[in-house]
Design a protein around this ligand. Structure first.
Ligand SMILES: [Zn+2]
Ligand SMILES: [Zn+2]
Length: 396
Protein backbone atom coordinates (compact mmCIF):
# COMPACT_ATOMS: atom_id res chain seq x y z
CA UNK A 1 0.00 0.00 0.00
CA UNK A 2 1.22 3.46 -0.79
CA UNK A 3 1.51 6.08 1.83
CA UNK A 4 0.36 9.34 0.30
CA UNK A 5 2.23 12.33 1.62
CA UNK A 6 0.46 15.60 1.58
CA UNK A 7 -2.53 14.64 3.73
CA UNK A 8 -2.28 17.65 5.99
CA UNK A 9 1.49 18.02 6.00
CA UNK A 10 2.09 19.42 2.51
CA UNK A 11 4.74 17.98 0.27
CA UNK A 12 8.49 18.45 0.00
CA UNK A 13 10.42 19.01 -3.19
CA UNK A 14 11.33 15.76 -4.88
CA UNK A 15 8.68 13.63 -3.21
CA UNK A 16 7.31 12.64 -6.58
CA UNK A 17 10.59 10.91 -7.42
CA UNK A 18 9.98 8.13 -4.92
CA UNK A 19 6.98 6.30 -3.61
CA UNK A 20 6.84 4.45 -0.33
CA UNK A 21 6.43 0.67 -0.45
CA UNK A 22 5.82 -1.69 2.48
CA UNK A 23 7.26 -5.13 2.91
CA UNK A 24 8.83 -7.83 5.04
CA UNK A 25 12.46 -8.81 4.53
CA UNK A 26 12.60 -11.94 6.70
CA UNK A 27 10.42 -15.03 7.02
CA UNK A 28 10.38 -18.83 6.90
CA UNK A 29 8.29 -21.60 5.36
CA UNK A 30 8.24 -25.40 5.67
CA UNK A 31 11.35 -25.40 3.46
CA UNK A 32 13.20 -24.83 6.75
CA UNK A 33 11.73 -24.48 10.24
CA UNK A 34 8.54 -22.57 9.36
CA UNK A 35 5.04 -23.52 8.22
CA UNK A 36 3.40 -23.60 4.80
CA UNK A 37 4.68 -23.30 1.25
CA UNK A 38 6.48 -20.41 -0.40
CA UNK A 39 3.34 -19.72 -2.46
CA UNK A 40 1.21 -19.59 0.71
CA UNK A 41 3.74 -17.26 2.35
CA UNK A 42 3.65 -14.90 -0.63
CA UNK A 43 -0.13 -15.02 -0.96
CA UNK A 44 -0.43 -14.09 2.72
CA UNK A 45 1.97 -11.19 2.11
CA UNK A 46 -0.02 -9.92 -0.84
CA UNK A 47 -3.62 -10.66 0.09
CA UNK A 48 -3.76 -10.71 3.90
CA UNK A 49 -0.95 -8.39 4.96
CA UNK A 50 -1.42 -6.06 1.97
CA UNK A 51 2.31 -5.82 1.37
CA UNK A 52 3.96 -4.41 -1.73
CA UNK A 53 6.92 -6.78 -1.49
CA UNK A 54 8.18 -9.76 0.50
CA UNK A 55 11.47 -11.61 0.77
CA UNK A 56 11.27 -15.30 1.61
CA UNK A 57 14.34 -16.37 3.60
CA UNK A 58 14.49 -20.00 4.68
CA UNK A 59 17.57 -21.28 6.49
CA UNK A 60 20.37 -22.50 4.23
CA UNK A 61 20.27 -25.81 6.14
CA UNK A 62 16.79 -26.66 4.84
CA UNK A 63 14.48 -28.78 6.99
CA UNK A 64 16.09 -32.22 7.28
CA UNK A 65 19.12 -34.44 6.67
CA UNK A 66 21.62 -33.89 5.15
CA UNK A 67 20.87 -30.39 6.52
CA UNK A 68 21.44 -28.52 3.33
CA UNK A 69 18.57 -26.99 1.37
CA UNK A 70 18.22 -29.27 -1.68
CA UNK A 71 19.02 -27.57 -5.00
CA UNK A 72 15.54 -28.52 -6.25
CA UNK A 73 13.92 -26.68 -3.33
CA UNK A 74 15.97 -23.55 -4.03
CA UNK A 75 15.02 -23.80 -7.70
CA UNK A 76 11.34 -24.14 -6.79
CA UNK A 77 11.58 -21.12 -4.47
CA UNK A 78 12.96 -18.99 -7.31
CA UNK A 79 10.31 -20.25 -9.76
CA UNK A 80 7.48 -19.48 -7.30
CA UNK A 81 8.83 -16.00 -6.64
CA UNK A 82 8.92 -15.27 -10.36
CA UNK A 83 5.42 -16.63 -10.92
CA UNK A 84 3.89 -14.52 -8.14
CA UNK A 85 5.64 -11.25 -9.00
CA UNK A 86 3.54 -8.68 -10.79
CA UNK A 87 5.40 -5.41 -11.33
CA UNK A 88 3.53 -2.43 -9.95
CA UNK A 89 1.34 -4.67 -7.79
CA UNK A 90 3.47 -7.10 -5.77
CA UNK A 91 7.15 -8.06 -5.89
CA UNK A 92 8.41 -11.33 -4.42
CA UNK A 93 12.13 -11.83 -3.81
CA UNK A 94 14.00 -15.10 -3.31
CA UNK A 95 16.47 -15.17 -0.45
CA UNK A 96 17.77 -17.38 2.31
CA UNK A 97 19.13 -17.02 5.84
CA UNK A 98 22.88 -17.60 6.00
CA UNK A 99 22.88 -19.39 9.35
CA UNK A 100 26.30 -19.39 10.91
CA UNK A 101 26.45 -21.56 14.03
CA UNK A 102 29.52 -22.13 16.21
CA UNK A 103 28.64 -25.82 16.36
CA UNK A 104 29.56 -26.10 12.69
CA UNK A 105 33.17 -25.68 13.79
CA UNK A 106 35.02 -28.82 14.86
CA UNK A 107 36.43 -27.39 18.06
CA UNK A 108 33.04 -26.48 19.48
CA UNK A 109 32.68 -28.44 22.72
CA UNK A 110 29.14 -27.49 23.66
CA UNK A 111 27.27 -30.50 22.34
CA UNK A 112 27.74 -33.73 20.45
CA UNK A 113 28.41 -33.08 16.80
CA UNK A 114 26.42 -34.87 14.17
CA UNK A 115 28.11 -33.95 10.92
CA UNK A 116 31.47 -33.16 9.35
CA UNK A 117 32.16 -29.54 10.13
CA UNK A 118 34.39 -26.57 9.40
CA UNK A 119 37.91 -26.35 10.78
CA UNK A 120 39.23 -23.69 13.13
CA UNK A 121 38.06 -21.84 16.22
CA UNK A 122 34.32 -21.28 16.60
CA UNK A 123 33.15 -17.92 15.28
CA UNK A 124 29.88 -16.31 16.28
CA UNK A 125 28.83 -14.58 13.07
CA UNK A 126 25.11 -14.76 13.84
CA UNK A 127 22.68 -14.93 10.87
CA UNK A 128 22.43 -12.84 7.70
CA UNK A 129 19.69 -12.66 5.09
CA UNK A 130 20.89 -12.91 1.50
CA UNK A 131 18.62 -12.08 -1.45
CA UNK A 132 18.99 -11.83 -5.18
CA UNK A 133 17.54 -9.75 -8.05
CA UNK A 134 17.88 -12.67 -10.49
CA UNK A 135 18.18 -16.44 -10.41
CA UNK A 136 21.36 -17.93 -8.96
CA UNK A 137 22.22 -21.62 -9.27
CA UNK A 138 22.51 -22.30 -5.54
CA UNK A 139 22.98 -20.77 -2.10
CA UNK A 140 26.28 -19.56 -0.66
CA UNK A 141 25.82 -21.59 2.52
CA UNK A 142 27.47 -20.87 5.88
CA UNK A 143 28.29 -24.60 5.94
CA UNK A 144 30.46 -24.33 2.86
CA UNK A 145 34.12 -23.49 3.66
CA UNK A 146 34.04 -21.09 0.68
CA UNK A 147 31.36 -18.91 2.32
CA UNK A 148 31.90 -19.38 6.03
CA UNK A 149 32.83 -15.78 6.87
CA UNK A 150 30.87 -12.58 6.16
CA UNK A 151 33.71 -11.28 3.96
CA UNK A 152 33.65 -14.46 1.84
CA UNK A 153 29.86 -14.31 1.65
CA UNK A 154 29.84 -10.62 0.64
CA UNK A 155 32.36 -11.24 -2.14
CA UNK A 156 30.23 -14.03 -3.61
CA UNK A 157 26.97 -12.10 -3.29
CA UNK A 158 28.51 -8.98 -4.86
CA UNK A 159 29.38 -10.99 -8.00
CA UNK A 160 25.70 -11.79 -8.63
CA UNK A 161 24.28 -8.37 -7.68
CA UNK A 162 22.64 -9.52 -4.45
CA UNK A 163 22.27 -7.84 -1.07
CA UNK A 164 22.73 -8.92 2.53
CA UNK A 165 21.41 -7.71 5.82
CA UNK A 166 22.46 -8.46 9.38
CA UNK A 167 19.72 -10.34 11.22
CA UNK A 168 18.65 -9.91 14.85
CA UNK A 169 21.90 -8.37 16.21
CA UNK A 170 22.79 -9.92 19.52
CA UNK A 171 24.55 -8.41 22.54
CA UNK A 172 25.47 -11.82 23.95
CA UNK A 173 28.38 -13.99 22.83
CA UNK A 174 26.13 -15.42 20.07
CA UNK A 175 26.66 -12.18 18.16
CA UNK A 176 30.28 -11.68 19.10
CA UNK A 177 31.61 -11.70 15.52
CA UNK A 178 28.49 -10.42 13.70
CA UNK A 179 30.27 -7.23 12.57
CA UNK A 180 33.51 -9.02 11.63
CA UNK A 181 33.64 -7.81 8.04
CA UNK A 182 35.34 -4.92 6.26
CA UNK A 183 33.38 -1.64 6.34
CA UNK A 184 33.88 -1.49 2.55
CA UNK A 185 31.44 -4.42 2.26
CA UNK A 186 28.63 -2.02 3.21
CA UNK A 187 27.64 -1.73 -0.46
CA UNK A 188 26.54 -5.37 -0.22
CA UNK A 189 25.88 -5.85 3.52
CA UNK A 190 23.70 -2.77 3.26
CA UNK A 191 21.19 -2.98 6.11
CA UNK A 192 20.55 -4.39 9.58
CA UNK A 193 17.33 -5.54 11.22
CA UNK A 194 16.36 -3.33 14.12
CA UNK A 195 13.83 -3.89 16.89
CA UNK A 196 13.23 -2.24 20.27
CA UNK A 197 15.75 -2.66 23.09
CA UNK A 198 12.89 -3.97 25.23
CA UNK A 199 10.03 -6.07 23.83
CA UNK A 200 6.95 -7.37 25.65
CA UNK A 201 5.61 -10.73 24.48
CA UNK A 202 2.73 -12.61 26.13
CA UNK A 203 3.24 -10.75 29.40
CA UNK A 204 7.00 -11.25 29.55
CA UNK A 205 9.66 -8.58 29.18
CA UNK A 206 12.63 -9.32 26.91
CA UNK A 207 15.79 -7.20 26.88
CA UNK A 208 16.92 -7.54 23.29
CA UNK A 209 19.26 -4.52 23.31
CA UNK A 210 19.14 -4.68 19.50
CA UNK A 211 18.96 -0.93 18.91
CA UNK A 212 21.81 -0.36 21.40
CA UNK A 213 23.97 -2.99 19.68
CA UNK A 214 23.46 -1.24 16.34
CA UNK A 215 24.28 2.15 17.86
CA UNK A 216 27.56 0.71 19.19
CA UNK A 217 28.37 -0.55 15.69
CA UNK A 218 27.62 2.87 14.16
CA UNK A 219 29.84 4.50 16.80
CA UNK A 220 32.68 2.23 15.72
CA UNK A 221 32.41 3.60 12.18
CA UNK A 222 30.01 0.94 10.89
CA UNK A 223 27.86 1.79 7.90
CA UNK A 224 24.39 0.26 7.81
CA UNK A 225 20.80 1.19 7.07
CA UNK A 226 17.86 -0.09 9.10
CA UNK A 227 15.17 -2.56 8.04
CA UNK A 228 12.57 -4.60 9.92
CA UNK A 229 11.81 -8.30 9.53
CA UNK A 230 9.05 -10.32 11.16
CA UNK A 231 11.18 -13.52 11.08
CA UNK A 232 7.81 -15.25 10.91
CA UNK A 233 7.85 -19.05 11.23
CA UNK A 234 4.04 -19.17 10.84
CA UNK A 235 4.02 -18.16 7.17
CA UNK A 236 2.62 -14.74 8.05
CA UNK A 237 4.83 -11.88 6.85
CA UNK A 238 3.92 -8.37 8.02
CA UNK A 239 4.70 -4.73 7.22
CA UNK A 240 8.05 -4.16 8.88
CA UNK A 241 10.17 -2.34 6.28
CA UNK A 242 9.31 0.78 4.28
CA UNK A 243 11.30 1.56 1.13
CA UNK A 244 11.46 4.75 -0.93
CA UNK A 245 11.73 3.42 -4.49
CA UNK A 246 11.07 4.86 -7.93
CA UNK A 247 8.59 2.13 -8.78
CA UNK A 248 7.45 -1.26 -7.60
CA UNK A 249 9.83 -3.56 -9.46
CA UNK A 250 12.58 -5.82 -8.23
CA UNK A 251 15.43 -3.67 -9.68
CA UNK A 252 13.95 -0.50 -8.16
CA UNK A 253 13.61 -2.14 -4.72
CA UNK A 254 17.20 -3.40 -4.86
CA UNK A 255 18.42 0.08 -5.83
CA UNK A 256 16.56 1.60 -2.87
CA UNK A 257 17.70 -1.02 -0.34
CA UNK A 258 21.30 -0.71 -1.55
CA UNK A 259 21.08 3.09 -1.09
CA UNK A 260 19.56 2.52 2.40
CA UNK A 261 16.53 4.60 1.41
CA UNK A 262 14.52 2.46 3.80
CA UNK A 263 13.36 2.34 7.39
CA UNK A 264 11.96 -0.07 9.94
CA UNK A 265 8.60 -0.04 11.68
CA UNK A 266 7.10 -1.99 14.54
CA UNK A 267 3.35 -2.77 14.54
CA UNK A 268 2.25 0.40 12.70
CA UNK A 269 2.69 1.79 9.18
CA UNK A 270 4.23 5.05 10.29
CA UNK A 271 5.16 7.43 7.48
CA UNK A 272 8.63 8.87 8.07
CA UNK A 273 10.82 11.19 6.10
CA UNK A 274 14.22 12.34 7.34
CA UNK A 275 16.49 14.74 5.50
CA UNK A 276 19.60 16.74 6.23
CA UNK A 277 20.22 19.74 3.95
CA UNK A 278 17.80 18.10 1.51
CA UNK A 279 19.55 14.70 1.48
CA UNK A 280 17.60 11.59 2.29
CA UNK A 281 18.05 8.84 4.87
CA UNK A 282 20.86 6.44 4.00
CA UNK A 283 23.13 9.04 2.40
CA UNK A 284 26.63 10.14 3.40
CA UNK A 285 26.96 13.86 2.78
CA UNK A 286 29.16 16.91 3.40
CA UNK A 287 27.72 20.18 4.65
CA UNK A 288 28.90 23.72 5.15
CA UNK A 289 28.12 25.04 8.61
CA UNK A 290 25.49 23.46 10.84
CA UNK A 291 23.43 20.56 9.46
CA UNK A 292 19.76 21.49 8.92
CA UNK A 293 17.48 18.55 9.64
CA UNK A 294 13.90 18.03 8.52
CA UNK A 295 11.79 15.26 10.07
CA UNK A 296 8.25 14.51 8.89
CA UNK A 297 6.08 11.90 10.53
CA UNK A 298 2.62 10.66 9.61
CA UNK A 299 1.63 8.36 12.46
CA UNK A 300 -1.31 6.04 12.95
CA UNK A 301 -1.78 7.24 16.57
CA UNK A 302 -0.64 10.28 18.60
CA UNK A 303 3.15 10.58 18.60
CA UNK A 304 4.53 10.21 22.13
CA UNK A 305 8.10 10.94 21.05
CA UNK A 306 10.20 11.79 18.02
CA UNK A 307 13.83 11.29 19.07
CA UNK A 308 16.89 12.38 17.13
CA UNK A 309 19.68 9.89 17.81
CA UNK A 310 23.16 11.24 17.15
CA UNK A 311 26.58 9.62 17.64
CA UNK A 312 25.20 7.02 20.05
CA UNK A 313 22.79 9.05 22.19
CA UNK A 314 19.56 11.05 21.93
CA UNK A 315 20.50 14.59 20.91
CA UNK A 316 16.99 15.98 21.10
CA UNK A 317 13.47 14.62 21.60
CA UNK A 318 10.09 16.13 20.83
CA UNK A 319 6.66 15.12 22.22
CA UNK A 320 4.18 16.17 19.51
CA UNK A 321 1.12 14.29 20.92
CA UNK A 322 -0.43 14.75 17.46
CA UNK A 323 -0.62 12.14 14.70
CA UNK A 324 1.52 14.16 12.33
CA UNK A 325 4.59 16.25 12.90
CA UNK A 326 7.00 18.31 10.89
CA UNK A 327 10.19 19.27 12.69
CA UNK A 328 13.01 21.55 11.58
CA UNK A 329 16.18 21.46 13.63
CA UNK A 330 19.67 22.88 13.14
CA UNK A 331 22.44 21.02 14.95
CA UNK A 332 24.67 23.82 16.19
CA UNK A 333 26.70 21.31 18.23
CA UNK A 334 27.99 19.72 15.00
CA UNK A 335 31.76 19.52 15.14
CA UNK A 336 32.82 17.99 11.82
CA UNK A 337 31.58 14.38 11.60
CA UNK A 338 28.39 12.79 12.95
CA UNK A 339 25.69 10.27 12.20
CA UNK A 340 21.99 10.79 12.89
CA UNK A 341 18.83 8.70 12.79
CA UNK A 342 15.24 9.30 13.91
CA UNK A 343 13.19 7.06 16.18
CA UNK A 344 9.43 7.52 16.47
CA UNK A 345 7.34 6.13 19.35
CA UNK A 346 3.54 6.27 19.23
CA UNK A 347 1.12 6.50 22.12
CA UNK A 348 -0.53 3.17 21.27
CA UNK A 349 0.10 -0.50 21.96
CA UNK A 350 0.14 -3.77 20.04
CA UNK A 351 -1.65 -6.79 21.63
CA UNK A 352 1.47 -7.42 23.79
CA UNK A 353 1.75 -3.83 25.00
CA UNK A 354 4.52 -2.55 22.70
CA UNK A 355 4.02 0.92 21.21
CA UNK A 356 4.17 1.49 17.45
CA UNK A 357 7.65 2.56 16.43
CA UNK A 358 9.73 3.60 13.44
CA UNK A 359 13.49 3.94 12.96
CA UNK A 360 14.96 5.80 9.98
CA UNK A 361 18.17 4.71 8.34
CA UNK A 362 21.02 6.98 9.42
CA UNK A 363 22.50 9.94 7.55
CA UNK A 364 26.27 10.38 7.88
CA UNK A 365 27.49 13.99 7.81
CA UNK A 366 30.94 15.49 7.40
CA UNK A 367 31.96 19.13 7.26
CA UNK A 368 33.02 20.36 3.83
CA UNK A 369 36.70 21.27 4.04
CA UNK A 370 37.39 25.03 4.18
CA UNK A 371 38.07 26.83 0.89
CA UNK A 372 41.51 26.12 -0.57
CA UNK A 373 44.37 28.56 -0.03
CA UNK A 374 47.11 26.74 -1.93
CA UNK A 375 47.39 24.72 -5.15
CA UNK A 376 47.57 21.51 -3.16
CA UNK A 377 44.56 22.57 -1.14
CA UNK A 378 42.53 23.45 -4.21
CA UNK A 379 43.24 20.09 -5.80
CA UNK A 380 42.08 18.44 -2.65
CA UNK A 381 38.92 20.54 -2.64
CA UNK A 382 38.26 19.58 -6.26
CA UNK A 383 38.69 15.90 -5.44
CA UNK A 384 36.33 16.17 -2.49
CA UNK A 385 33.69 17.88 -4.65
CA UNK A 386 33.93 15.18 -7.30
CA UNK A 387 33.52 12.47 -4.63
CA UNK A 388 30.43 14.22 -3.30
CA UNK A 389 28.82 14.79 -6.66
CA UNK A 390 29.37 11.20 -7.75
CA UNK A 391 28.00 9.96 -4.42
CA UNK A 392 24.96 12.20 -4.85
CA UNK A 393 24.52 10.98 -8.43
CA UNK A 394 24.64 7.38 -7.29
CA UNK A 395 22.06 7.97 -4.58
CA UNK A 396 19.53 9.80 -6.71
ZN1 LIG B 1 18.03 -16.12 12.44
ZN1 LIG C 1 14.98 -16.27 10.53
Amino acid sequence: MLLVWGLGVGSLTGCARYRLYWGDVHGHTANSDGKGTVAEYLRHAREEANLDFAIVSDHDFGNGPPWRMPAAVWEQTQATVEALTEDGRFVAIAGYEWTSQPKYWTEYAGETLSEGLLAGSPRYYNHKNVYFPNRVPYLFSAKDPLYQSPDQLAAAVRRVGGLIHNNHPDHTSDGRDQWAYRVSQCDVIANTEVMPDVVWYEGKRYETQVESVIRDYLNQGGRTGLVGGSDTHEGKPAARTAVYARRLTRPALFEALRARRCYAVWSARIGLEFRIDGHRMGEAIAVRGSPRLTIRVAGTAPLAEVALVHDGAVLHAWQPETREAQIEFTDRSFSGASWYYVRVTQRDADPHGNPGRAWSSPIWVRATPPAATSTRGSLREEWWRSVLSSAAGAAR
